[in-house]
Design a protein around this ligand. Structure first.
Ligand code: ACO
Length: 401
């Protein structure tokens, strides 16, 4: 065996691992995933227990600080979140720079990055106190920025946060209240939102988290690092999948194609079954189980009917019974049912990846800090297998064909 110290000095040897499927980029004590058995635990706590018994803020504190908070710690952190929920008034001008239908994900990543400039004292975090403050600012303000990006995209006036409301209620208030007409969400809707955020809070070295760590490895500040995580999350193969699932289900609803025709197209590799498959899970994603049950409960308890839920179930049944999906061990992932919940909450589809980003913020922060404190961490700098031309002599313009 070669130990890690030898590996550091070894040059000229490159492991070719496209997509880093078998490369461990760090050691981490935050989240455990067993893809074969469909297990997900944060700091040792199973996701099913957190989803049932915890709140989003409690789960966020567990991820960021390592332990479930005591009552006093949770009260103090909630107070800190309320204290930092407003945006600097000058920061609001950034929203004006975007076109009327500006993509909420673009606004979110840009404004989160800009946030760093408003807190220069936190760009170099040195101690736990400063980290706690930066974490609170991000967890709190990401919700304000997200809601404002929605209001901007609809041409609606910004609705300022209300410090008397819980984290999730406050978000719904900023999204849907109107001047002199406060939005009163159903308690089931608030609980469903909290559960949605918990289930998205972290998932070890996924693409956006790895991006945060990659950027953080250069000693870039926390705001810049998580802003790049938002960009990585945007794509349809990652956090953008929740919106792509709804698009797919809606196309089936509108009769563009039937379930079996669609699966035939998938098998011919003309498109993918969105919300299915995972790099690590070769079994049912435990988050999908939780969200599927929550989607059913929410619709039933609020009396909302959504034809997309039935189509999703039909698609899942057909795919799980099909050899193509069985052989490749493709199961529903976190994005398959999450959009049904968001639709029931009245969240528009272009906000779906933004909702994922609000949920994932604690995970990104936790990973950035773990890396920051890790003495073994090195600049992330993968190698490549070069396939281009060998050395050539420069050709003057007149000799080029
Ligand atoms: N639909 C159809 N076929 C699929 C799907 C899918 N959703 N996912 C994988 N496959 C097939 C591939 O075509 C490939 O088949 P092959 O062996 O015949 O070539 C095989 O399964 C292995 O697929 P890979 O692309 O190698 O798997 P990888 O681990 O790289 O991809 C990914 C994982 C990107 C999540 C993939 O499953 C996918 O595209 N899913 C749909 C998008 C999605 O739901 N993304 C969200 C993931 S969860 C998250 O990020 C929060």
């Amino acid at each position: 065996g070669i130990d890690v110290t030898d590996l550091r000095r070894l040059t000229g040897y490159v492991a070719y691992d496209p997509g880093y499927a078998n490369t461990g980029s760090c050691k981490s004590s935050i989240t455990f995933v067993d893809g074969e058995r469909g297990i997900l635990r944060h700091r040792g706590y199973p996701i099913e227990q957190l989803a049932e018994k915890s709140s989003f803020i409690e789960t966020a504190m567990l991820l960021i600080f390592g332990e479930l908070p005591t009552t006093e710690e949770r009260t103090a952190f909630r107070a800190l979140l309320s204290e930092h929920e407003l945006l600097h008034e000058d920061l609001l001008h950034h929203f004006d720079g975007f076109p009327p239908n500006g993509e909420p994900m673009a606004i979110l990543s840009a404004v989160i990055n800009s946030l760093g400039s408003y807190h220069p004292e936190l760009l170099e975090i040195l101690n736990l106190h400063e980290f706690r403050l930066a974490a609170a600012k991000l967890v709190s303000k990401v919700r304000t920025i997200a809601a404002f990006s929605y209001r901007k995209s609809r041409g609606l006036p910004f609705m300022y946060p209300n410090p008397d409301l819980s984290y999730c209620r406050n978000f719904l208030h900023m999204m849907f209240s109107m001047p002199n007409r406060p939005f009163e969400p159903l308690p089931q809707a608030v609980s469903a939102l909290s559960l949605f955020l918990i289930v998205h809070a972290d998932h070890e070295q996924n693409c956006s988290c790895s991006t945060v760590r990659m950027v953080g490895s250069t000693q870039a500040n926390l705001f810049a690092s998580v802003s790049s995580g938002i960009c990585a999350l945007w794509g349809r193969l990652h956090g953008g999948a929740n919106a792509a699932v709804i698009e797919m289900l809606d196309n089936i609803r509108q009769g563009q194609y039937g379930v079996s025709d669609f699966l035939e197209r998938v098998k011919k590799k003309e498109c993918r079954l969105m919300g299915f498959g995972h790099r690590v899970y070769r079994n049912f994603d435990p988050r999908a189980r939780v969200l599927k049950k929550a989607a059913h409960n929410l619709l039933m308890s609020t009396g909302i009917t959504d034809p997309l839920l039935d189509i999703a179930q039909e698609l899942e049944d057909a795919a799980l019974a099909d050899d193509y999906f069985q052989e490749r061990r493709l199961y529903p992932n976190v994005d398959f049912y999450s959009g049904i919940i968001l639709r029931a909450l009245g969240i528009p589809v272009n906000m779906f990846p933004v909702m994922f980003a609000i949920g994932r913020m604690p995970g990104w922060i936790a990973h950035w800090f773990e890396e920051y404190r890790d003495p073994a961490i090195r600049l992330h700098r993968p190698r490549q297998i070069y396939t281009g031309p060998k050395q050539r002599d420069f050709l003057p313009m007149e000799q080029r064909l």
